[in-house]
Write a protein that binds this ligand. Structure first.
Ligand code: SAM
Length: 292
């Protein structure tokens, strides 16, 4: 019997057979622990009903576990040397498509149209390349493709920032950008020892789910994101100081800013990390006058 791709023995054998080296520049740290992989698949609650997109299959360790559970898997890998390897390691599974593409340049709606039948819930599962975690998350939030659930492994510190609550040290513009669209939760932490080669950081699995019900939206997303970004520009300063950095310090502007804060029932001396997403939305709505 052939052991799972995820076992250390098989991973080393595959790397040797194909003369592959781990490319640090592409964030190639491969998972070699089947339990962790099963936990990732469980965190996404992947069933035979689900279609799954995987980013960065590597040599196919996570892809294999997904293929056993899902209806269909589309794996998107940037490294052209891995494409023929994946063709062989995943040959026992007839529900896997592999495409060679950079996820940040990929036209996801077109890929989804081409590879899935549109009759199944669509989820995304990945052990992300750490050097581009944040751009990938932003790319996924902005795509027109509706992903019911996103389960991704990333550096533990980034996962904590994404899932942070208002008032916590790690709450910031990334938190707001993600939680504005989806509910976020850290599922579990993964030690660095289960990867080959070992990264210098520990990892965590984050689960993002589409929000249920009516999602609150600002009048202007442009004003909202400008406010969020600017409010966290100088974390140690008050909201008042950051607002003046965004909009200016003339007496007229200061008066308009104070009016917007009063109308939002937000204190000028508070720090941005205390503001909930709802409060950012209310404040951004009241700041539209200042913009004009
Ligand atoms: N899924 C495998 C696992 O869990 O062992 C490999 C994960 S490894 C952390 C990240 C993978 O993403 C690598 O295979 C790497 O080549 C690939 N990758 C890096 N940048 C990428 C990009 N821009 N688009 C698609 N894949 C990328």
């Amino acid at each position: 019997d052939v052991p799972d791709i995820a076992s250390p023995i098989r991973t080393k054998a595959i790397m040797e057979t194909y003369g592959l080296t781990f490319k640090k520049s592409l964030g190639q740290n491969f998972l070699t622990d089947k339990n962790v992989l099963m936990n990732i698949v469980d965190a996404g609650d992947i069933t035979a009903e689900d279609d799954v997109i995987e980013i960065g299959p590597g040599i196919g360790s996570l892809t294999e576990q997904l293929a056993r559970r899902a209806h269909k898997v589309l794996a998107i890998e940037i490294d052209q040397n891995l494409i023929p390897v994946l063709g062989e390691t995943l040959s026992p599974y007839d529900n896997v498509d592999i495409v060679e593409q950079d996820i940040l340049k990929a036209n996801l709606p077109a890929l989804v149209e081409e590879h899935f039948d549109g009759q199944h819930p669509l989820k995304l599962v990945a052990n992300l390349p750490y050097y581009i975690t944040t751009p990938i998350i932003m790319h996924l939030l902005e795509t027109a493709v509706k992903l019911d659930t996103i389960v991704v492994m990333m550096q533990k510190e980034v996962a904590e920032r994404i899932a942070a609550d208002p008032g916590s040290r790690t709450y910031g513009s990334l938190t707001v950008a993600v939680q504005y669209e989806m509910d976020a939760e850290v599922a579990f932490v993964v030690p660095r020892t289960v990867f080959i080669p070992q990264p210098n950081v520990d990892s965590a699995i984050i689960v993002l789910n589409q929000k249920e019900g009516d999602v609150e939206r600002p009048i202007s997303e442009m004003v909202f994101f400008k406010l969020v970004k600017g409010s966290f520009a100088h974390r140690r300063k008050s909201l008042w100081n950051n607002l003046q950095s965004i909009y200016g310090k003339t007496p007229e502007i200061r008066e308009a800013l104070q009016e917007a804060l009063d109308a939002s029932e937000i204190s000028a001396q508070i720090r941005a990390e205390k503001l909930s997403i709802h409060e950012f939305i209310v404040l951004s709505n009241n700041l539209i006058k200042v913009e004009e």
